[in-house]
Ligand binder design. Sequence first.
Ligand code: XMP
Length: 530
Amino acid sequence: MVTEAQLHEKIVQHHERILILDFGSQVTQLIARRVRENGVYCEIWPFNQATDDKIAAFAPKGIILSGGPASVTEEDSPRAPQSVFEMGVPVFGICYGQQTMVTQLGGKVESGHHSEFGRAMVDVVESTEITEGLWDKGAEEQVWMSHGDRVVSLPDGFTIIGKSEGAPFAFIADESRHFYAVQFHPEVVHTPHGGQLLKNFTHGVCGCAGDWSMAAFREEAISKIRAQVGDGKVICGLSGGVDSSVTAVLLHEAIGDQLTCIYVDTGLMRAGESDQVVDLFRNHYSIPLIHKDASDLFLGKLAGVSDPEKKRKIIGNTFIEVFEECAEKEVGNAQFLAQGTLYPDVIESVSFTGGPSVTIKSHHNVGGLPERMNMDLVEPLRELFKDEVRALGVELGMHEDFVKRHPFPGPGLAIRVPGEITKEKLDILRKADLVYLDEIRKAGLYDDIWQAFAVLLPVRTVGVMGDARSYDYVCAIRAVTSTDGMTADYYPFSHEFLGRVSTRMINEVRGINRVVYDITSKPPGTIEWE
Ligand code: XMP
């Protein structure tokens, strides 16, 4: 049996790679995304898990030190392993990464009274390899700052490349050792040329060619899956979403009919969704698919339940029961369970409460199943971000409209019917949601929006329809922009658009006589209502 570590090694050793040491910044994942967008494979490791041996074995072409919430002036604050600066590879320090680099190499950082948050201008005072063709000497560049401490004296060998009003050492370099460090955040969009700066580091300084592409990934992933699975049987749970669908199509390409998909219909899906899943997988891809209609079971168990967390628990547990029974009865002796776990679920986040510690984020769609069923996991998307999964889907021939679908929560429409769920309410919501998304698509706005959906409120209001009095439900409509679902802004629809949706919904959907638009951002709101 090939172990997960061996498989990981296989994918890693094939590509030039960059190591990102994480000091706990909220935006470390963005560094990885920028690096990968430029065609270079990279991994994020918590700073305190990067031993000298592990780093040497990974053999990165360059190392990036992330930002972080600590202050290097505090006792026991995080440091990079000293070997990072001694192994002869280029190093790029960002914010906290700059400060620990400076401290570890003999310079000085001061805390207090130097906070700088938000947009700032950096005067470029020197040209270097990393700014070549990008920032000329004498230019003024917009950057995004977010720091409390600042560098006050440089280690030997360093010079100033750029300065800002609040940070005289905003951008520094030791060109002979290929060490670069910035006080600002090149990985965020508010530093307009930040992505290019990171590219100059990975390509120009570290010499990466940028051969990380979805075509290459697909080939490797297929051989990895074959090596792991051999002639074993694999089960994959489909949710109708992008991640599980891409997982299934990739697996099918790798192992053909050794794969069986199970689609558990909870009765909580949107209009037409179940039919689409069955049609796509059974008819279009000819992938063996078990379609288990368990909607009566789910709705029965949810009857009378209003509390959102109770709903989630009931749905999660019922899903596991149905899936397990289905797998055992209809597939038998499968050794492997495939899941669409993505890189953000795998990355261990660094937390600083009560000293450096590591918490593992685990968000499995069918949590607990593999252990219960004594199966090994196949997770071919573990190294990918969401946008890379979409690109892989396209590479696998999946339709763009399908891979660009908005995220849909596991508990489905159950958390879009606040209060008690009934079949009648779900049917009203499905119709309303259909009208709303139809208008969004017609207006060409679907791809500008992270997520859009209707919510059926447990409130009836009085209206007038023709000459008659109506007493029907209120429908709230929601649309947000976001990059990762962690924060979100409400979408600024025109009044005309909102009016059109309201008119159509009230005319076409019986049971709704009032429409309201949710203008709450996240935080303080959440994207879903429950
Ligand atoms: P919130 O509502 O927390 O949502 O702002 C953030 C993102 O997560 C989705 N979401 C869920 N996904 N199971 C899921 O698989 C859940 O219980 C769940 N709750 C929220 C939500 O749709 C949004 O994309």
